[in-house]
Design a protein around this ligand. Structure first.
Ligand SMILES: NC(=O)c1ccc[n+]([C@@H]2O[C@H](COP(=O)([O-])OP(=O)(O)OC[C@H]3O[C@@H](n4cnc5c(N)ncnc54)[C@H](OP(=O)(O)O)[C@@H]3O)[C@@H](O)[C@H]2O)c1
Length: 255
């Protein structure tokens, strides 16, 4: 029996692969046998990641992509598909965060978060969805939202709004693209140590917050591997429009 986690012959695009969760997602998909296009703006980091993947005989293609620029998204996908063939899997992961009290958020602050997390996620999904529809082989779109899509994180109104938009976008795209056998699902990670937040967890405030979490710990990027492989492989062929929390109980937490 073939493992539902076997991704041999599949081509996956991971956005935001230059650090943190995206880097881990790319390594995990490549280890499962997928060819992986790794996209972000910091191409030197993507090249180092591609070399790391090549070292275990995986195949990875680094491409520059700025998700706030629709032309850049389209160009990167064109390069990816010319080199490695039609896309089967998208991990729509690029994102930025910002902490600010609601009364102090400027238009610039708002656009910074929404342009990347909201508009960027939509136009990446759209470009990959268009390609999957054109090729007629279906596919898997995995949007990376956050626990912030379902519950409020303090002083993060724009981030919470942007991630709630990604979760609901997932349901809307699942509804429209089911007929094309494109499964669109969403992962809501809880707190995971990455460059986005590494310094914070070392502060007194970070330690206090950790002590209040249900499991009294923050996660590591590899804690998302199981859910990622489920959503990328055949095990999720009858799942679409699902928003899955992988958060060690944060969404369920009582107070
Ligand atoms: N870490 C957590 O606790 C956590 C929890 C829940 C959800 N998330 C979500 O998981 C995703 C990854 O976060 P992370 O923790 O891994 O953060 P990270 O280490 O800061 O990585 C963010 C990634 O997004 C990319 N990115 C940012 N702006 C971009 C743009 N305009 N165009 C293309 N790529 C862009 C960055 O690449 P370049 O700068 O090289 O372009 C980087 O690779 C984000 O969507 C985040 O909201 C994280």
């Amino acid at each position: 029996m073939t493992s539902p986690h076997n991704l041999e012959g599949k081509h996956a695009l991971v956005t935001g692969a230059s650090s943190g969760l995206g880097r881990q997602f790319a390594l995990t998909l490549a280890q499962a046998g997928a060819k992986v296009t790794v996209a972000a703006r910091r191409t030197e980091r993507l090249e180092a990641l591609a070399a790391e993947i090549a070292a275990f005989d995986g195949r990875a293609l680094p491409v520059r992509m700025d998700v706030t620029d629709v032309a850049s998204i389209q160009e990167a996908i064109h390069v990816a598909e010319t080199e490695l063939g039609p896309l089967d899997i998208l991990v729509n992961n690029s994102g930025v965060s910002a902490q600010c009290r609601a009364e102090n958020v400027t238009e610039e602050d708002f656009d910074y978060v929404m342009d990347t997390n909201g508009k960027g996620a939509f136009f990446v999904a759209q470009a990959v969805g268009q390609s999957m529809i054109r090729h007629g082989q279906g596919g898997k779109i995995i949007n990376i939202a956050s626990v912030a899509a379902s519950r409020v994180l303090k002083q993060s109104v724009t981030y919470c709004m942007s991630k709630a938009a990604v979760a609901h976008m997932t349901r809307a795209l699942a509804d429209e693209w089911g007929r094309y056998k494109i499964q669109v699902n969403c992962l809501n990670p809880g707190y995971i140590v990455t460059e986005l937040n590494r310094d914070y967890w070392e502060t007194e405030s970070g330690k206090r917050l950790t002590s209040k979490l249900p499991g009294r710990r923050v996660g590591n990027p590899a804690d998302l591997d199981g859910a990622l492989l489920l959503l990328a492989g055949a095990g999720s062929d009858f799942m679409t429009g699902s928003v899955i929390a992988v958060d060690d109980g944060m969404t369920a937490q009582g107070f």
